[in-house]
Design a protein around this ligand. Sequence first.
Ligand code: SF4
Ligand code: SF4
Length: 411
Amino acid sequence: MLSMSGNAASTPSDPVLRELTDQCVMCGLCLPHCPTYRVAATEAESPRGRIAVARALALGIADPTPAALEHLDHCLGCLSCQKVCPSQVRYEDILVRTRERLRAKRPAGMLRRLLRSPALLTRLARIGMAVRAHRWLPALARRLPKKSAARRLLRSLPSPTPAPHFEAPPVKSSARGRIALFRGCVASACDRDTFAAARFLLETLGYEVVATAAGDCCGALPRHAGDVEAATRIAASTRHGLECSGATTVLGTASGCFGDLRDEVCRDGAVRAADALAFLAADAGFAQLRFRPLPARAALHIPCTQANVVGNGDAIARLLARIPGLTVLPLPGQPRCCGAAGSYFVEFPDIADALGNEKLDQAAALQPDLLLTTNIGCRLHLGNGLREREAAIPVLHPLALLARQLDNSAP
Ligand code: SF4
Ligand code: SF4
């Protein structure tokens, strides 16, 4: 059960957090949708349990014990609870505000500081690519204890994504408009093939594409860790870059970044944020494109952020249906978090592995030739799991597959 210390709280009460937590009527309808509750089957690992801790903190009754704080840390931020809550509890606001209040009282260790810093992570990923770490790091990582964060961090360094050889037609004019493509921090190093694919598809459709600077960030990692100040600063810097780009729309390809891109970076409305998949699915020109057949089975993992935050409905299925011969096999029970959740899979490997293995078992039962997903975190986490299983199944973004199959040889 929930544990709070018997000592008087050293944190003053918080009327805003209290009002947010008061919305919860403790009905428990969200519990079956919470991944950590499904794994642990305890109230403390449920949304309702975490809201109770947040409420006690808001009232200034008592300080949460280290155990209670750990349950808060275990929250993936997947927002599946918020999505189903009949009382429309703003769980994300509760989580971020609670973590923000607790942050000052809990100095972060080195690993956590690294995982919360987009700039450091991006630098690390780039160094890993430059020294071709994917060739020798797996052997080094295997010597470390299996569940150690260091091992997971090393394994998560990206293999250089092959420089795609898409032959995009030269853009004849920018009559269709200038589009900014959001690269993101970790994604700018680890998801380069997705970025190149999105650019290729957009240029084929006649858009002028400008990229945000490599390493530009939405601020999601620090914000979900409660470092709202850093997140706001990062979002403002990215906003400034976008406003200088001359684009009126910015497209995101990673669902994990999209919420902060839309709600924080683009909140002033000068530049509109759109999901790249939804944008392409709605583009009349896309319907005219032709794709080479691919007789293959593709398992599809819908990230929780795609379902709970982006909410673009059936855009992915509609786009993939354009590839003749491709059989798309959605994993059962979606949306359900795979355990990636930003840097969560490095910090909490036991829970992340339990959730990831469930996904990989489901995928294996479908006997796929490839696994598709729309978020870089899921791609890295599920890719790690497949490597552990020595399963040679590539994990791709749907846009990368579409670009690969595009037949632009026709006049
Ligand atoms: S968050 Fe919503 S669904 Fe969950 S217990 Fe509270 S009121 Fe019920
Ligand atoms: S955000 Fe996800 S992990 Fe966290 S309490 Fe809600 S459903 Fe559970």
